[in-house]
Write a protein of this length. Structure first.
Length: 88
């Protein structure tokens, strides 16, 4: 069993596909920080949200930039969530 609430596929070099199932437990979507800057591209329409430290949650759409060492979390919506992540 994975320690993460998503399935991850390494596409190439620094590009990853992450899939969050609709059945993910909201308690597993924890506040966290990443070791590198990231560009997150949302695949499809979703009502899942991203909350950055000291900000209100925002619906995930298009491309998002998450600076390294910045506290953030994903907030569960309906259906599954698919994103491409580029680690910079």
């Amino acid at each position: 069993m994975s320690d993460f609430p998503f399935k991850e596929t390494h596409l190439n070099d620094n590009l990853y596909l992450r899939e969050f199932e609709e059945s993910v437990d909201v308690d597993d979507l924890e506040w966290h920080r990443d070791r590198e800057d990231r560009i997150v591209e949302i695949i499809g329409d979703t009502d899942w949200k991203l909350q950055m430290d000291n900000q209100l949650p925002k619906i995930m759409s298009g491309m998002l930039f998450i600076p390294k060492e910045t506290w953030h979390r994903v907030i569960k919506g309906t259906g599954e969530l698919k994103v491409k992540i580029t680690k910079l």
